[in-house]
Design a protein around this ligand. Structure first.
Ligand SMILES: [Zn+2]
Length: 240
C-alpha cells in the first residue's frame, strides 16, 4: 500500500465531506435569506399603500384649501356689492347690483355645499391614513421580529459554514494542484462527489459494478483508480 496515496485519498474524502456539508448548509442559509426577502417585499408593498393614502389625503387637503379661498373671494365680492348697494342712486343700478349679490350668494352656497363634501372626504382620508399607519407599524415590528428570529436560527449554520470554508481552503492548499484539479473536474461532473467508496464490487457513487480486477487494484492502493462508469476516484475501506 502506497502511504502517500492513502493519505491523499483520505484527504479527498474529507474534502468531499466538507464540500457536501457546505452545499447543504448554504441551501439552508439561502432558503432563510429568501424568506427574509419575502418579508421585506411584503413590507415594501405596504409602504406603497401607505404612500398612496398619504397622497390621497394631501390632494383632498389641497382641494379644501382651494375651495375655501374661492369662497373667500366670492364672499368679499358680496360684501363689496352690499356696500355699493347703499350708495346707488337709480333703481336700475340697484336692481343690477341686487342681482349680482344674489348670483354670488347662490354661487357661495354651491361652493359651501361642495366644501362640506370635501371635508367629509378629508376626514375619511385622515382616518384611513391613521389606520394604515398603525397597520404598517404593526407589520413592521412583526417582520423585524421574524427577521431577527430567522437570523438567530441560521447563526449556527453561518458559523459552521465559515469554519468549513476555512477547512476547505487549507485542505485545498495542502493538496497537489494537479490532484485538486482532477478532484474539481470529477466533482463538477458528479454533483460535487469526486470520490466514491467501493463496496461489494460496486461503486457507491454510481452503484454500478466495478470489474473484480479493478477492485483488487483499489484495495492494493498503489495507484489512483477511477470508476469506469462515473470517473469518481475509488477508495476502499476494510469492512470487518
Ligand atoms: Zn461509479
Amino acid at each position: 500500500m502506497n502511504e502517500t496515496l492513502k493519505k491523499e485519498i483520505e484527504t479527498l474524502v474529507r474534502l468531499q465531506q466538507i464540500e457536501l456539508e457546505m452545499i447543504r448548509l448554504q441551501q439552508e442559509v439561502d432558503k432563510v435569506e429568501n424568506e427574509k426577502k419575502g418579508l421585506a417585499a411584503r413590507l415594501a408593498a405596504f409602504e406603497s399603500a401607505l404612500e398612496a393614502d398619504r397622497l390621497a389625503l394631501a390632494q383632498v387637503q389641497q382641494q379644501c384649501t382651494d375651495l375655501e379661498q374661492e369662497i373667500q373671494v366670492v364672499n368679499d365680492r358680496i360684501i363689496k356689492s352690499n356696500e355699493t348697494l347703499r350708495m346707488v342712486k337709480t333703481n336700475k343700478e340697484y336692481q343690477v347690483l341686487l342681482r349680482e349679490v344674489d348670483d354670488n350668494k347662490k354661487r357661495k352656497n354651491g361652493l359651501e355645499d361642495h366644501v362640506l363634501t370635501l371635508y367629509e372626504q378629508r376626514e375619511a382620508a385622515e382616518v384611513r391614513l391613521k389606520e394604515t399607519e398603525a397597520q404598517y407599524l404593526e407589520l413592521k415590528q412583526q417582520i423585524l421580529a421574524e427577521q431577527a428570529k430567522i437570523d438567530e436560527l441560521t447563526m449556527d449554520d453561518r458559523e459552521q459554514l465559515a469554519e468549513l470554508e476555512e477547512q476547505q481552503r487549507s485542505i485545498g492548499e495542502s493538496l497537489n494542484p494537479a490532484l485538486l484539479n482532477r478532484f474539481r473536474r470529477i466533482a463538477r461532473m458528479n454533483q460535487g462527489q469526486a470520490v466514491a467508496r467501493i463496496s461489494d464490487e460496486t461503486c457507491m457513487g454510481c452503484f454500478m459494478n466495478v470489474p473484480p480486477q479493478l477492485c483488487i487494484e483499489v484495495q492494493r492502493g498503489n495507484q489512483m483508480i477511477s470508476c469506469p462508469q462515473c470517473s469518481r476516484i475509488l477508495y476502499h475501506i476494510d469492512e470487518e
